[in-house]
Design a protein around this ligand. Structure first.
Ligand code: PAF
Length: 283
């Protein structure tokens, strides 16, 4: 493997400065590793807009509100590096905790508005952790483009808002969710599902797709939400954390599908929390 793996901000900046000298545009794909086809599609999308693609790998402790979740997060750097190289990425930036948050680190980036509700309501501090690390990754890499999956739709909005508000000169590009053949949205968490749970998991996407079609056909939101929650629990999910209709453009809560929207869900399957969302065309 010849893919460079860089662990310090100084080395990262040296490499990017060399690329800049050659006139290259740079895209960054921020990840926490355990790469799957969804991440690889982000690398591919990065290669469409830039000559050099950096993949970052940092399991960010500041965005985990549950220590068990942080401890259980898969760490597969060698496999990840092989995948990045095969997908055409140019560099893996994998700093350690001290490089990212050196002794005395005392700053947090906190985005209001789009962080309210949805995952923001159930994972206190999560988006502050995301905004803090992603703003650092943007500034460390100096990339022109940042590729984010639409599966984490609220995160995409948070990161866009943060970059705009802090005048970070980077274009945040949202890329479509990549799904398994049975519809399950790809996620590093899927690896933690038992065989039985894995068989149930695609029912989440299926329930969302059915609900989206009903809303576009003009059915009332309350009824569709109640019945969809019921269908998800009947399928075998332990709990639906949220199921909400939000505006595509700014995540405003909607009472009817009167403009392009997203139906967003978080639900627990055993000990694994899955999130997903689908577009809802205006009725
Ligand atoms: O989506 C993720 O994997 C993480 O939230 C991110 C954007 C890499 C920040 O740690």
């Amino acid at each position: 493997m010849t893919l460079p793996i860089v662990r310090t901000v100084a080395d990262l900046r040296d490499t990017v400065a060399g690329w800049r000298g050659e006139g290259a545009r740079v895209a960054v794909v921020p990840t926490m590793g355990a790469l799957h086809a969804g991440h690889l599609s982000l690398i591919e999308a990065g290669l469409d807009v830039a000559q050099r693609v950096i993949v970052t790998l940092f399991v960010n402790p500041r965005q985990f509100n549950n220590p068990g979740d942080l401890a259980a997060y898969p760490r597969t750097e060698q496999d990840d590096a092989v995948k990045v190289e095969a997908a055409g990425g140019h560099l893996l930036y994998a700093p350690d905790g001290d490089e990212m948050y050196p002794e005395g680190f005392a700053t947090a980036v906190s985005v209001a508005g789009v962080t309210e509700g949805l995952c923001g309501a159930f994972r206190p501090g999560h988006f502050d952790g995301v905004s803090t690390v992603v703003s650092k990754l943007f500034l460390q890499t100096g990339a022109d483009y940042a590729m984010f999956g639409e599966k984490d739709f609220q995160q995409l909005h948070v990161v866009r808002r943060m970059a705009r508000d802090l005048d970070i000169p980077i274009r945040v590009i949202g890329c479509p969710t990549v799904r398994e053949a049975d519809g399950l949205a790809m996620s590093s968490r899927n690896a933690r599902l038992s065989e039985e749970e894995r068989a149930v998991a695609p029912r989440l996407a299926h329930a969302l797709t059915v609900a989206s079609a009903r809303l576009t056909a003009g059915e009332g939101l309350d009824r569709v939400l109640v019945e969809t929650r019921g269908a998800i629990v009947d399928a075998g999910f332990r709990e639906v954390e949220y199921l909400e209709l939000r505006a595509e453009e700014d995540l405003a809560p909607l009472a009817t599908a009167d403009r392009p929207a997203r139906l967003l869900v978080a639900a627990w399957l055993g000990t694994v929390r899955l999130i997903d969302n689908v577009p809802v065309a205006a009725a």
